[in-house]
Write a protein of this length. Structure first.
Length: 338
């Protein structure tokens, strides 16, 4: 029963803190972009919705630690923590509900990273700029083909002025040219494609409706141009399919989304072991202030490393280093306490 008691208090505090952080972020964002907001109230509501969900993804790892510290403070203040220890509860037993909730929340948000959830910031920016999100002059290699798209609108999944060069033994044997193509059912449907088939003796020309480039997803190739954000599914697919993708940038995005949250979960172990069990043992307020500052410092450091890795200054695997340090220290404290 104690697991459900602690887990419920922790989850309640997590929801409260996450909503508070997200509401604060939305208010600051609205103030900063007030003059850019569209005149339509429906678009404003949609913009707030996208920003709110984006802030959930951004701050949930921080909320996990802050909610733990708030729960821990109440347990110390009302002598619940010292009572648990007096009844023979170990650190492992007290950690169980916190890690259980933290793990479930982490998996929940990680599953959302495989969906359109990862692109809500882009949708909000498109509303703010009052125009559709369009990429231009995309040139990528896909399997044995080289694809050029003059313009691509990933939101409506439409490409304009397409040229596809088919290669065999590093030689072009077919060229497809089309004014427009739409992505539907995992393939690009092209109306009246002008196709040139090149042979050693002559060149054949014909026009027909075709379906090309299976799994050549609009959202993936759009993000290969900017790489501000990408879902985990699209990142894995891009690494697997495309030959000229900057894998380091994709790895930076994936590793940051995974290990920044795991860092915060490891902090829960450290803070519980180092926390005072009673106000008479140590100054609880000072401990909480130090814990909050250290949490923000670690989260900010991870964000800074991510920015450098994304720009190619650092190797993306450096993002794992803070997690390894925090994880090893938490394991050391756990077995030392045990």
């Amino acid at each position: 029963m104690y697991v459900f008691y602690i887990a419920f208090k922790y989850l309640k505090n997590f929801v409260f803190i996450l909503l508070s952080l997200s509401a604060f972020y939305v208010i600051i964002d609205l103030i900063a972009n007030f003059q850019k907001l569209p005149s339509s109230s429906n678009l404003v509501v949609l913009y707030i919705y996208y920003i709110l969900l984006y802030s959930f993804d951004m701050f949930y790892s921080l909320a996990l630690v802050f909610a733990f510290l708030l729960t821990l403070y109440h347990m110390i203040k009302f002598n619940e923590l010292v009572s648990f220890y007096s009844l023979g509860f170990s650190v492992k037993k007290i950690l169980k509900p916190f890690l259980m909730v933290g793990g479930i929340v982490f998996i929940f948000f990680l599953m959302f990273e495989f969906t359109k959830f990862a692109y809500f910031r882009e949708y909000a920016n498109a509303i703010l700029s009052n125009k559709q999100h369009v990429n231009s002059d995309l040139f990528v290699k896909y399997k044995d083909r080289v694809v050029f798209m003059k313009k691509l609108n990933p939101l409506i999944k439409t490409a304009y002025d397409i040229k596809v060069f088919y290669l065999k033994d590093f030689k072009v044997y077919k060229i497809l040219v089309a004014k427009e193509a739409k992505f539907k059912d995992d393939v690009w449907e092209v109306k009246k494609a002008y196709i040139s088939f090149i042979t050693p003796s002559r060149v054949y020309h014909y026009v027909k409706d075709v379906k090309i480039l299976k799994d050549f997803k609009a959202k993936i190739i759009s993000n290969l141009k900017q790489l501000n954000s990408i879902s985990l599914y699209d990142a894995i697919l891009a690494i697997k399919i495309f030959k000229d993708v900057n894998v380091s940038i994709l790895l930076s995005i994936v590793l940051f989304k995974i290990f920044s949250a795991l860092n915060m979960i490891c902090l829960i172990v450290i803070f519980l072991i180092l926390s005072p069990i009673h106000p008479r043992v140590a100054n609880v307020s000072v401990f909480l202030v130090k814990s909050v500052l250290f949490t923000i410092l670690l989260w900010g450091s991870e964000l800074m490393i991510f920015k450098f890795a994304k720009q190619g200054v650092l190797n993306p695997y450096v993002l794992i280093l803070p997690f390894l340090l925090v994880c090893c220290y938490s394991i050391y404290l756990f077995y030392k306490e045990k």
